[in-house]
Design a protein around this ligand. Structure first.
Ligand code: 13P
Length: 252
């Protein structure tokens, strides 16, 4: 059975005190519900070490990072390595978020290097893909996402890809309040799974968690998560409020 995962990408929000408070609230509330999903908190780098202490020993809650640089160490001012992330017990790392692709010009080739560095370090990449509004209006979203997968992910061996998580995040849904419908999410998730099945096999495809991201909120999470190929969510805005995030986790 593939894992159900709900990850909160806090993006560039919350200074240290606010991050600690939010992590404490989430951890406390999680302890009082019956939760089967894997929960991942993805704060800014400055909060990782403090949050590690808050969640340590808690069941089903892990730390994620928003970025990584694919070199071991050295003269790369401003960057962060896999070893640094592991030293604060990070388990998951975002790769290919549309904000990094668009605002920081990260290329498919660079994302491929990041994925390889993460797998080598036994860290789990959460590989983000998804189309813009223009591409969706032209009905070219499947071709677009397939190319994103082919360029950065599908060169991996079956054994390696089993250690990856995929997040489908249509750009037009991110931070817009306009989520993909449950049907649109299912269609794309099924397409992603079929693409993996064609390249590898059905068993491999069935073992990979594919998360939905883009204006996922307490009021739409249940219908999106109920789709057969949706294995959870990558949550932005709604992960910044403990109550909303917990409610989304409970929708799994
Ligand atoms: P929102 O949930 O704020 O739309 O953000 C989604 C996202 O980009 C998560 O990585």
């Amino acid at each position: 059975m593939r894992k159900k995962i709900v990850a909160g990408n806090w993006k560039m929000n919350n200074a240290l005190g606010q991050s600690i408070q939010l992590a404490e609230e989430i951890t406390e509330q999680l302890a009082s519900i019956n939760n089967e999903a894997v929960v991942v908190l993805i704060p800014s780098f400055i909060a990782l070490a403090s949050i590690e202490k808050i969640i340590s020993g808690q069941k089903n809650i892990f730390l994620g990072a928003q970025n990584v640089y694919p070199k071991m160490n050295g003269a790369y001012t401003g960057e962060i390595s896999t070893e640094m992330l592991k030293s604060v017990d990070v388990k998951y790392v975002l790769v290919g978020h549309s904000e990094r692709r668009d605002l920081f010009y990260e290329s498919a080739e660079f994302l491929k290097e990041k994925i390889e560095a993460l797998l080598q370090a036994d860290l789990t990449p959460i590989f983000c893909c998804g189309e813009s509004l223009t591409i969706r209006q032209e009905q070219k979203q499947e071709d677009f996402v397939r190319i994103q997968l082919e360029k950065s992910l599908l060169h991996l061996s079956a054994k390696q890809i089993l250690n990856c998580v995929i997040a489908y995040e249509p750009i037009w849904a991110i931070g817009s309040g306009l989520n993909a419908s449950a049907e649109q999410a299912q269609q794309m998730h099924q397409f992603i799974r079929e693409t993996i099945s064609e390249k590898y096999d059905q068993v491999t495809a069935n073992s990979i968690s594919i998360l939905y991201g883009g204006s996922c909120k307490p009021d739409n999470a249940k219908s999106i998560f109920s789709q057969p190929d949706v294995d959870g969510g990558l949550i932005g805005g709604a992960s910044l409020k403990a109550k909303d995030f917990i409610s989304i986790i409970q929708s799994i």
